[in-house]
Write a protein that binds this ligand. Structure first.
Ligand code: ADP
Length: 599
């Protein structure tokens, strides 16, 4: 945002994905609706055939103008009406079938991609930005929708019209067809040249638009920081500059399009007039009927129209092919953490014993740096263990690995004696409740936010969890009590209140293992006490691992584990560790000052 010289987002993937063949990857999604496809194809072929027959009828009508047989003329007009009806029905049917197919398939793709992505481990999101995933699910699927819902059928229809129209043109007048073929390059070459220029400009325009919305969303998401640093003017200018660039690209594109329109209209009309002129001469000298000439002109207009439509749709098909590739990439995204083919089962009931056996681990995004360097740990069922250590020691990593967000590089992590990588992730995560450092509040009511811990919980269970988490009081004081909307990301709650909601969630989950990442930011004394009481209630009778930042927490823990640079350097009770006068004693003096209020 501070960078005042904006650049358009370079979308390399768009450049590389051009192969229309990639669209074939959509087939598995279309296959279940084969019947719709065949019905649509039928309607499409039928209407194209009717369109091709129409000019012949017109010819007969024209040629019969001068005959005295009025009845025949009436018949032709009646037939024309019938054909119009067929055309109308067929077109409507094709539209309905094809659009429905497109919407259905795209809904399926959206669901499939989201279903895949929501289950991916954090290492995936270290590589791919969330915004990009969102844009793939929305923008890329919209592109595919436009292709499946219309472009492909328009393309097929125009291919039929082109081939049929050409043959019938030849059949109507070989001489005039030859003439037209001579004129075609004169029209097509300028279209191709200007068309390429236009595509380049329109891509540039798109890139600038993407840059400007990226720019705006960054500034808006951090609007308070922007205003606090009186950065508005710079943000305004940066946004203004990018927006002007996109306008500039649009202006050039519009001008090119205008030139192209003028040239094309002029050339096409010259061609048509030329052909008509020769045709008119033929009609005059009797080598061709007026009806034939009209028929020929209609076919050539049809063929020209189909070429124009095809050339426009080609670019769209290419873009959709790129979109398909990107979506397929997401669908087949490799994950670093996978469920085993034949998962083991945990012995029931789950006691909650956690063991680390010589665990070595480095984050996939920083393979050289050991986040855990030979950790051995055994946490008994029901025990409360506080993990302490300087920032970056590996405390959060322990919590992450217990949940199997990553697999260790070597060593084993077990729950009740079973390696967690031998279990289905869903099956064993059910036994874990997490209270994260910065609790997530969803844009929903207080009740729904707590229910997140166990979707089938009753309202009474939710309230009793809230009471145990010391959240009941403040929730009932909200304007609509439990039905109060908590706002996006919980903007209406204080830090301590958010934590108590998160604790209520964990209480509701009622899992044998509790993982708790204590907030580093100090709460006011009263919130502190409330949160502490809630945590005590929650950890009662459960295996609890707390990344601890407060003296009160460590004092209450059964055991303290001191970590430094990915190793456990000491374990013991608070008093023992203080008397050893090592790292812990130093930490206790420097860091655990904020928990006093809770004592
Ligand atoms: P603590 O919770 O004790 O502050 P962490 O467990 O978060 O420490 O981090 C341990 C080490 O792993 C640190 O060196 C940290 O920089 C690194 N680390 C943490 N998360 C990631 C990540 N997602 N990708 C790469 N490195 C990470």
């Amino acid at each position: 945002m501070a960078d005042a010289t904006p650049k358009p987002a370079k979308n390399e993937e768009r450049e590389k994905s051009k192969k229309i063949g990639s669209l074939a990857a959509l087939w598995p999604f279309i296959a279940p609706y084969r019947f719709l496809v065949f019905a649509a194809l039928f309607a499409l072929t039928a209407t194209a055939c009717v369109s091709l027959v129409l000019p012949m009828a017109v010819r007969r009508v024209v040629d019969n103008f001068n005959t005295s047989d009025g009845a025949l003329l009436d018949l032709y007009f009646a037939a024309a009406l019938g054909i119009a009806g067929l055309l109308a029905l067929g077109t409507a049917l094709r539209y309905a079938l094809v659009t429905r197919l497109g919407e259905r398939v795209v809904a399926d793709i959206r669901k499939a991609v989201f279903a895949r992505v929501i289950g991916l481990s954090p290492s995936f999101f270290e590589r791919v930005m969330t915004g990009e995933v969102l844009s793939r699910i929305t923008t890329d699927t919209t592109l595919i929708l436009s292709v499946l819902g219309s472009s492909i059928s328009i393309a097929l229809r125009n291919v039929l019209l082109f081939v049929g129209g050409m043959m019938l043109m030849l059949f109507t007048s070989a001489k005039l067809t030859g003439m037209v073929l001579l004129i075609v390059p004169a029209v097509v070459v300028p279209i191709l040249v200007l068309g390429r220029k236009m595509r380049k400009l329109s891509r540039e325009n798109q890139d600038w638009i993407a840059a400007s919305s990226g720019n705006a969303s960054e500034a808006l998401l951090s609007v308070q920081t922007v205003q606090a640093f009186t950065h508005e003017e710079i943000s305004r200018n940066a946004f203004g500059e990018v927006t002007e660039k996109s306008f500039d690209a649009a202006r050039r594109r519009i001008w090119t399009r205008a030139q192209m329109t003028a040239i094309v209209i002029f050339l096409v009309f010259t061609g048509v007039v030329g052909v008509l002129w020769i045709g008119a001469t033929d009609v005059r000298n009797g080598s061709m009927s007026a009806g034939q000439l009209v028929q020929f002109v209609i076919y050539s207009v049809m063929v020209a129209g189909s070429v124009a439509a095809l050339s426009e749709i080609f670019g769209e098909l290419q873009r959709a092919a790129g979109a398909t590739e990107r979506l397929v990439e997401l669908l087949h995204a490799e994950d670093t953490v996978n469920d085993p083919a034949t998962p083991l089962a945990l012995p029931e009931p789950v006691r909650g014993e956690i063991t680390f056996e010589d665990v070595h681990f480095a984050y996939p995004s920083r393979p050289g740096v050991a986040a855990l360097d030979g950790v051995n740990l055994r946490i008994e069922p029901g025990e409360t263990v506080a993990v302490v250590g300087p920032s970056g020691a590996g405390k959060t990593t322990i919590i992450q690995l217990i949940q199997r967000f990553y697999d260790p590089d070597s060593g084993a992590i077990c729950l009740d004696g079973v390696r967690v990588d031998a279990l289905n992730r869903d099956a064993f995560r059910k036994h874990i409740a997490l209270v994260p450092q910065d609790p997530v509040i969803f844009a929903a009511s207080a009740r729904e936010n707590i229910r997140f811990g166990r979707p089938d919980a009753t309202d009474a269970e939710i309230e009793s969890a809230a009471k145990a988490a010391a959240a009941h009081e403040f929730i009932t004081a909200l304007p609509d009590g439990y039905d109060s909307w908590l706002g996006e990301r919980g903007v209406m709650l204080s830090g301590g209140q958010k934590q108590r909601i998160a604790i209520a969630r964990a209480i509701l989950r009622d899992a044998p293992v509790l993982l708790l990442d204590e907030a580093t930011s100090a709460l006011d004394a009263e919130s502190e006490r409330a949160v502490q009481r809630a945590v005590d209630e929650l950890s009662e009778g459960r295996t609890t691992v707390i990344v601890a930042h407060r003296l009160a927490t460590v004092k209450k823990a059964d055991r303290i584990i001191v970590m430094e640079q990915g190793r456990i350097v000491a374990t013991g009770a608070h008093d023992e560790l203080v008397s050893e006068d090592g790292l812990y004693a130093r930490l206790a003096r420097l860091q655990f000052t904020d928990g006093m209020a809770a004592e």
